[in-house]
Design a protein around this ligand. Structure first.
Ligand SMILES: [Mn+2]
Length: 309
């Protein structure tokens, strides 16, 4: 499969790399990392990245802004994105050929060619594997993108998805000498507003005797703390340090819907995500509900899951 992807890449002059909406470090890391690798190793090809930029990821990089015409005859590669609804920049289907590279369960097998490896810690780890197979040269920049993606998706190597392959990969990547302390600062320094909201979460989250927990962030709360919906993304894992916690949901109210972030230390929660208009990894998933009543229903499902666990 990797060989087939490399052969296809070699056939096209224009390549556009997409990733998922509401990007995280692995979305940017795999997208911008792959694009950088392609630019370095195929200087004659035209390589673009696309999708709405997320300001909290400024420290990492920025996708390009491209015109419709650039899709004509282009090879489109989508990284880190399980289903077509989540592809950022829905023009992906205007290209001549679509490749999916992802590590989420392959429930939506879109594209003309797919490489899905759920055992990979991150899509960035897969991009490194692709680079090795293709014998592509890495540099400081591409190594930094891939490293950021791996660190992001493994929660600094603490999630069970972290394997020997992951550590071998980062051991290779750090040889390229990018500034790790400044990258870590970019990833983990937070504004005072966000820190204050973090305090609010610690003070107000609810947890039952079976370790089922939740926190609701209303529009008013976000306004009061001066924090955007995007900025709450990195706050999802913080409840993981609560002693006895098993599975939890963070609800973030948006204009017409409530975004749900689900995490678990064991029981499978992407099935719950699917029940509530979402999906994702077995222990890290996302969903959407449309009222606080529906949010309470979801909490009950988590409580039952933890009770039966
Ligand atoms: Mn990922």
């Amino acid at each position: 499969m990797k060989r087939q992807i490399i052969d296809t890449i070699e056939k096209y002059n224009t390549i556009i790399v997409h990733r998922h909406v509401r990007p995280d470090e692995d979305a940017y890391g795999s997208q911008l990392g792959l694009a950088t690798l392609l630019r370095t190793n195929y200087p004659d090809k035209v390589v673009y990245t696309t999708g709405k930029h997320s300001a909290p990821l400024d420290y990492l990089g920025k996708p390009d802004e491209i015109e419709d015409a650039q899709f004509e005859g282009a090879l489109v590669i989508v990284t880190d994105t399980a289903n077509t609804d989540r592809i950022d920049d829905q023009r992906y289907d205007r290209g001549a050929y679509v490749i999916k590279i992802d590590h989420h369960p392959n429930e939506d097998p879109y594209g003309d060619l797919r490489w899905v490896q759920t055992s990979a810690s991150s899509c960035s780890e897969m991009i490194f594997e692709l680079a090795k197979t293709a014998n592509w040269q890495l540099n400081e920049q591409s190594a930094r993108f891939l490293f950021a993606g791996i660190v992001g998706d493994t929660g600094r190597f603490q999630y069970p998805s972290t394997t020997e392959v992951t550590f071998n990969t980062v051991a290779e990547l750090i040889k390229y000498g990018f500034d790790r302390p400044s990258l870590f600062n970019g990833m983990y320094e937070v504004s005072q507003n966000v820190l204050h909201l973090q305090g609010y979460i610690y003070q107000n989250f609810q947890m039952d005797e079976n370790g089922a927990a939740s926190i609701k962030l209303t529009k008013e709360t976000l306004q009061q703390f001066g924090v955007t919906v995007e900025e709450t993304n990195n706050l999802v894992p913080i409840l993981g340090s609560a002693k006895g916690i098993v599975a939890w949901a963070m609800f973030v109210e948006e204009e017409n819907q409530i975004r749900v972030r689900l995490r678990s230390k064991g029981p499978i929660i992407n099935t719950i995500a699917k029940q509530f208009n979402g999906g994702g990894h077995p222990v890290a998933a996302g969903a959407t509900v449309y009222s606080w009543e529906e949010a309470d229903e979801l909490i009950q499902v988590i409580q039952k899951l933890c009770k039966d666990n």
